[in-house]
Design a protein around this ligand. Structure first.
Ligand code: UDP
Length: 497
C-alpha cells in the first residue's frame, strides 16, 4: 500500500481471540466441543476447554497431539465432585454414573462448578473473548454476565430438535402434553414440516421428574446468551436453522460436522478417550470385508443394556445374515455369562461377526469403506458422524432428543430405517427389552439389502456425506461461519474505541 511505501509500519495484528469452552461432562458433549476447540485453535484463535480432572486425563491424547502441532489449545480441570455431594470421586462423566439414583445428584453437583469456574475465569488476564458453554451447563451464565464476557451456548442435538424445543416452549406445548393422555399425539406448532410427539417423547431435554429446575435454568441461560453454536450444516438443516435463528432472535452458528476436523488416524482413535487395544485388529478385520457390506452397531456412550436385551441384539444380528461390528460396553460385558455368550456368538459367526468390548474408534470405523450401515441410538453425534461418511442408519432411539433426531433422519432426510420403538428406556440398565431379535433382523436386512428404497437411502446418505465434506472445506458454509465467528470476537482498533 502507499502507506507502507511511505515507510510507516503496518499496525500490529490484533491479538487472537480466546475462547473458553465448557462442555457438559458427557462424551456426547465433550467430543464435539473438543473438536470445536481444535478447529478454533487451528484457525488462529486460542482455545481452552474447561472440564474436570478425570476428563482432562482422558483427553491427554488430544492435548499431546495439539501440543505437537503447536496449537494454542489447553485443558483445565476444575475440582469435582464437590464435598458433600455423596458422589464417588470418579463420578466425573455421565458414563461413570453408576445407576439411575445417581443421575440427579450428578446434575445438581455440576451446578456447584460455578464457584471454581468464576475463580478460574477471574484469574485470566486478559479476560477471555467469549465463553461457549453447553446448553446443559447453564451455571456458566452468571459467571459470564458478572464479568461482562459474551457467551454463546452450544446445543448438542440436531437443529430440528432445537427448533421443536423452542417452538414447544413458545406455544406452551409441554404443559399441554403433561396434562394430556399417554396415547395422544401432538403436532409441534411452527415447524416447517409436520412433526408429532407424545408424552413419552416430549420435545425437550431435562423433561424427567426432578429436573424441572435444571430445565428452567437452561431455558433462562438460552434466552440470555449472545447466540448459539450448533453441530450441523446448512445443506442438511437449512430450513430449521432459519427457523431457529428467527425464534431465538440471535445469531445461530452452524459449524459442523465438527467430527470432520479429525483427518488422521491419531485423532480418529483418541476422540473422547483412547480406544480399545486391538484397534489395528478391528481395522484389519474391516479391510477383509467387501465394500459396504458391514453393519456397525453401537449405542453411544451412556445407554446401558442388561443381558436379555444384549442377547436379542446378538441373535438379531446373527439372524440377519449380514456382517456386523458390534460395540458392547465394558460394564455391559462385565458378567462372565455375558462374556461367554458373546464369545459363543463370535464363534458361530466367525468371519462375519466381530464384537468390540469397550470404547470403539467409531470415527475410524464409520470412515472405512467396508461399513455400509449403522444401527444407532440416534445420539446426534453418531447420526451426524454417519451422515458425514455417507452411511445410512437403522434408528433405535433410547431417550431425550434421540426420538426427534430419528424423525429428522427418517422423515426429513430419508436416510434411516426405524427399528420401531415408540417410548424411551431408563438411561442405565433398563429392565425392559423393547426390541426383539426379529425387529433387529428385519431393520438390518432392509438397511443392508437391495431394492429401490434401500438404494435411495444409500444415494441420499452419500449425497449428504459429500455436502458435509464441502461444508467443512475452505469456502464451505461451516468453514466460513467459523471464520466469521472468530472475526466477530477479534478485538480490532475500531471495536475498542
Ligand atoms: N463413541 C466412540 N466410541 C464408542 C462409543 C461412542 O467414539 O465406543 C463416540 C461417538 O463417535 C460419538 C460419541 O461417542 O462422538 C457419542 O455421542 P452421541 O451423541 O452419539 O451419543 P451419547 O453418547 O451422547 O448418547
Amino acid at each position: 500500500s502507499t502507506a507502507m511505501a511511505a515507510g510507516s509500519p503496518p499496525p500490529p495484528p490484533p491479538p487472537p481471540p480466546h475462547f473458553v469452552l465448557v462442555p457438559l461432562v458427557a462424551q456426547g458433549h465433550i467430543i464435539p466441543l473438543v473438536d470445536l476447540a481444535r478447529l478454533l485453535a487451528a484457525r488462529g484463535a486460542r482455545a481452552t476447554v474447561v472440564t474436570t480432572p478425570l476428563n482432562v486425563d482422558r483427553l491427554r491424547g488430544v492435548a499431546e497431539q495439539a501440543a505437537r502441532a503447536g496449537l494454542p489449545l489447553e485443558f483445565v480441570g476444575l475440582p469435582f465432585p464437590p464435598a458433600g455431594s455423596g458422589l464417588p470421586q470418579d463420578c466425573q462423566n455421565a458414563d461413570m454414573v453408576a445407576d439411575n439414583s445417581q443421575f440427579l445428584p450428578f446434575f445438581f453437583a455440576l451446578r456447584e462448578l460455578a464457584g471454581p469456574f468464576d475463580a478460574y475465569v477471574r484469574s485470566l488476564a486478559p479476560r477471555p473473548s467469549c465463553i461457549i458453554s453447553d446448553w446443559c451447563s447453564p451455571w456458566t451464565a452468571g459467571v459470564a454476565s458478572s464479568l461482562g464476557i459474551p457467551r454463546l451456548f452450544f446445543h448438542g442435538p440436531s437443529c430440528f430438535f432445537a427448533l421443536c424445543e423452542i417452538m414447544a416452549v413458545d406455544h406452551g406445548l409441554l404443559e399441554l402434553i403433561a396434562a394430556a393422555g399417554d396415547d395422544e399425539r401432538h403436532l409441534v406448532p411452527g415447524m416447517p414440516v409436520p412433526v408429532t410427539v407424545t408424552k413419552a417423547t416430549p420435545p425437550g431435554l431435562f423433561c424427567y421428574p426432578g429436573t424441572e429446575l435444571l430445565r428452567r435454568e437452561a431455558m433462562e441461560a438460552m434466552r440470555t446468551a449472545d447466540g448459539a453454536v450448533l453441530n450441523t450444516f446448512s445443506d442438511l438443516e437449512a430450513q430449521f436453522l432459519e427457523g431457529y435463528e428467527a425464534a431465538l432472535g440471535k445469531p445461530v452458528w452452524a459449524l459442523g460436522p465438527l467430527s470432520l476436523c479429525n483427518r488422521d488416524e491419531d485423532s480418529t482413535t483418541s476422540r473422547g478417550k483412547t480406544a480399545v487395544d486391538g484397534k489395528q485388529a478391528i481395522m484389519a478385520w474391516l479391510d477383509e470385508q467387501a465394500p459396504g457390506s458391514v453393519v456397525y452397531v453401537s449405542f453411544g456412550s451412556v445407554a446401558r443394556k442388561l443381558p436379555k436385551q444384549l442377547f436379542e441384539i446378538g441373535h438379531g444380528l446373527e439372524d440377519s445374515g449380514r456382517s456386523f461390528l458390534w460395540v458392547v460396553k465394558e460394564r455391559e460385558a462385565a458378567a462372565p455369562e455375558v462374556r461367554e455368550w458373546l464369545d459363543a456368538l463370535e464363534a458361530r459367526t466367525a468371519g462375519r461377526g466381530l464384537v468390540v468390548r469397550g470404547w470403539a474408534p467409531q470415527l475410524a470405523v464409520l470412515s472405512h469403506r467396508a461399513v455400509g450401515g449403522f444401527v444407532t441410538h440416534c445420539g446426534w453425534n453418531s447420526v451426524l458422524e454417519s451422515i458425514a461418511h455417507g452411511v445410512p442408519v437403522v434408528t433405535w432411539p433410547h431417550f431425550s432428543d434421540q426420538f426427534l433426531n430419528e424423525r429428522l433422519v427418517v422423515d426429513v432426510l430419508g436416510v434411516g430405517v426405524p427399528v420401531g420403538v415408540a417410548s424411551p428406556v431408563m438411561i442405565f440398565d433398563d429392565e425392559s427389552a423393547p426390541v426383539a431379535r426379529g425387529d433387529i433382523a428385519r431393520a438390518v436386512s432392509a438397511l443392508m439389502g437391495g431394492g429401490a428404497e434401500a438404494d435411495e437411502r444409500r444415494r441420499k446418505a452419500k449425497e449428504y456425506g459429500e455436502k458435509a465434506r464441502r461444508a467443512m472445506e475452505e469456502g464451505g458454509s461451516s468453514y466460513e461461519n467459523l471464520t466469521r465467528l472468530i472475526q466477530s470476537f477479534t478485538r480490532s482498533e475500531d471495536k475498542e474505541h
